[in-house]
Write a protein that binds this ligand. Sequence first.
Ligand code: HEM
Ligand code: SF4
Ligand code: SF4
Length: 350
Amino acid sequence: MYPLWDMPLCSIRYPNGNVAGTWEQHTIVVQAQATHINKWRIENMADRESHPTPMLNELETGPWPSFVSGIKRLRDEHQQDRVNGVANDLLGQLEHSYETRKGYWKGGTVSVYGYGGGIIPRFSEVGQQFPDSKEFHTLRVQPPAGNHYSTDVLRQLADSWEKWGSGLVTFHGQTGNIMFIGATTENTQHFFDEINDYGFDLGGAGPCVRTAQSCVGASRCEQSCANEHKIHRTLVNNFTDDVHRPALPYKFKFKISGCPNDCMNAIERADMAVIGTWRDDIKIDQDEWKTYVEAKGRQHTIDNIITRCPTSSLSLKDDDSLEIDNRNCVRCMHCIMWRPRLFRQELTRV
Ligand code: HEM
Ligand code: SF4
Ligand code: SF4
């Protein structure tokens, strides 16, 4: 039995090493892989009837990729019989919910040793009908700062999850967690132990400090004014106990954006938004600016840049130069984003 990543269908090896061959060669390789998988299935899969899903099937007919198709792939193509069974019963329960217009998941209390949060427990109220998915807990796992992963780590996480969980995963949930969706109570502990060994930790759930999130920032973004990832790590390391054990009257969220564009939407999502900004005045290359005004025209420049400054801090002079009233600038980023090459905010990292 090999993990999903090594399934022949997923790793098409071209006839002559990694060099792409002719279309005929590709077809032969893909056919051989399909035959291999079918053979594997006949030899290894339990004799199980798929639950009929006429209502869910309709969701697959829309223009967008459907989550139903994704779960069916786990039911029909995954090489672990356990995963096939979980996906089958999950679909069965969902179809049953659609038929009866009623949800059958109830919460509860599930945790791992030493923690008080991080797991969203879900027990089925119709577990006798759908036993393979009767415990379907979600683990919230904290992402690295800036969501930087190596492909090796992503494979490792996926392999661990297919070993212990349902194979369903969301990168990332709204709060920023990796959401590993669907493990039994017992496997929740095993999965956590395994990923914790290679450096991952549970996120927050309940009235605690919740999982923090930071933008991609300085590593790829020219607007970055702060060391987002250091801020993120400092906060997380400092508040780790408060993430693991819900001891607050209510939840508390940190989100970190490197500049006022606020790609993390920290202002709306966080109790404490950390947003990088510049310490000095906006720098403007007047020669480049004048070239721009000449090329685009004064009307275009006034309509699109000058009058759109929310605090009227921009003034186009008679000689086509630009004056910025920095004291009244509220750092909305409009002028900077309009032409990043013309404006520079001073990079002042913390
Ligand atoms: C049993 C109760 C609750 C459950 C099971 C629940 C579950 C969830 C889940 C699964 C997420 C997404 C997490 C992620 O993607 O990482 C979430 C996010 C969120 N929840 Fe809840 N929640 C509950 C109660 C509440 C309450 C009472 C509120 C507000 C009064 C709330 C507000 C939010 C907000 C604002 C987010 C998005 C946070 C963000 O984007 O950073 N939740 N919740
Ligand atoms: S918030 Fe600013 S620094 Fe961070 S990714 Fe967005 S534009 Fe770049
Ligand atoms: S950043 Fe916004 S507020 Fe500041 S000068 Fe530019 S447009 Fe005006």
